[in-house]
Design a protein around this ligand. Structure first.
Ligand code: ATP
Ligand code: LTN
Length: 335
């Protein structure tokens, strides 16, 4: 047998929070890459509902959004036969490992997380322990499945690095237990920005609906939101410092069409922002509309969704239990 045949298939894991309908940022930065990865790797994908409650959630809404996010993962083309797709809270090993890891994570490390700083500013009335410990639960999500790669958008790099540090420290202290995973960040679409304030990332929890494209927006809404996107007054489609709005639209257009910035500049040479915005809107709509059609059909099939959720949780739990037992044994717990 050749060396290549002996080598095990690479593994990947990632999660998304059910905190609202995903945006074009989630799609280009994360979801779309997951679909591509499923062909090459053994993948686990989860709806991180336990992470969602670090910010106050209304129970009925959380329940609905969790179902919808699960359906959406299937609608974008993730195959539940090829991947382990599940809801985080249905796999109890996540919270158990999170505690073991929390006791191996330093206060100083967590204090440096920019997401914690941002979110505690945004939710100043609810700076809870879970929000602070968020990265240790994320490390548990990851390390339970021994992945080689964690495909995320650029904003999650810091959390992934911390997961690596926690895994490395644990392995040093207690002996080899976890694979030390690498963040997997695609260049195109890694940091899609708000259409209303291109210095900020596009976020599904933004109060201004015009700042993001939701995966549920219909074609007219998509075209309208791009038309209203904030740009500069130069009226030349080119990628350059100080043109955050146009740079963002070019990044989106490049990510969706696969064109380079030079090609885009040539395509819109001598044409204004109006034409360009319509082209970006059309390209995005062409990508999203088929996903929406599959999503609507899936949501109607409750029995299928429930069956897939159950199957995903069972498989995840089987894999997770193995890693958890290994970690507990190494730390000195009686099994
Ligand atoms: P929230 O706004 O509720 O904090 P979020 O959209 O920032 O949520 P998640 O739902 O957890 O965060 O993100 C899921 C994935 O989408 C992650 O891999 C994240 O890096 C990626 N992502 C989020 N926003 C963007 C963006 N603007 N551009 C590219 N990728 C993004
Ligand atoms: N924090 C992530 C969501 C998330 C995640 C994970 C991503 C929770 N657990 C494990 C990758 C791996 C975010 O995107 N905001």
């Amino acid at each position: 047998m050749s060396e290549q045949q002996i080598e095990r298939r690479k593994r990947a894991l990632s999660c998304i929070q059910p905190t609202g309908t995903p945006t074009l940022g989630n799609y280009l930065g994360a979801l779309r890459n997951w679909v591509a990865m499923q062909e090459e790797m053994d993948c686990c994908f989860a709806v991180a509902d336990l992470h969602a409650i670090t910010v106050r959630q209304e129970p009925a809404k959380l329940r609905q959004q969790t179902k919808e996010m699960f359906a959406l993962l299937l609608a974008i083309g993730l195959d539940p036969e090829k991947n382990v797709i599940f809801v985080q809270s249905q796999v109890p090993q996540h919270t158990e490992l999170a505690w073991l890891l929390a006791c191996n994570t330093q206060f100083g490390e967590l204090s440096r997380m920019t997401q914690f700083k941002d979110k505690s500013q945004k939710h100043a009335d609810n700076i809870n322990l879970g929000l602070f410990a968020y990265p240790t639960l994320m490390a548990a999500d990851i390390l339970l499945y021994q992945p080689d790669y964690v495909p995320v958008g650029a904003d999650q790099k810091q959390h992934c690095e911390l997961s690596r540090d926690i895994a490395g420290r644990f392995n040093n202290l207690y002996g080899n237990t976890f694979v030390v995973p690498e963040p997997y960040i695609m260049k195109a679409g890694a940091r899609v920005r708000s259409l209303q304030d291109p210095t900020k990332k596009m976020s599904k929890s933004d109060e201004n609906q015009n700042s993001f494209i939701s995966l549920k927006d219909d074609k007219d809404t998509i075209l309208r939101k791009f038309k209203r996107a904030v740009t500069d007054s130069e009226a030349v489609v080119r990628y350059a410092d100080g043109k955050d709005g146009i740079n963002n639209l070019m990044e989106i257009y490049a990510a969706v069409t696969g064109k380079s910035y030079e090609e885009i500049e040539r395509e819109f040479d001598g044409r204004g922002y109006g034409d360009f915005k319509v082209a970006v809107g059309e390209a995005v709509a062409a990508e999203l509309v088929p996903v929406q059609e599959r999503f609507d059909a899936l949501l109607k099939d409750k029995a299928y969704l429930e069956e897939m959720m159950k199957k995903g949780a069972e498989t995840a739990s089987r894999i997770g239990a193995r890693t958890l037992a290994k970690a507990k044994k190494k730390m000195g717990f009686l099994l």
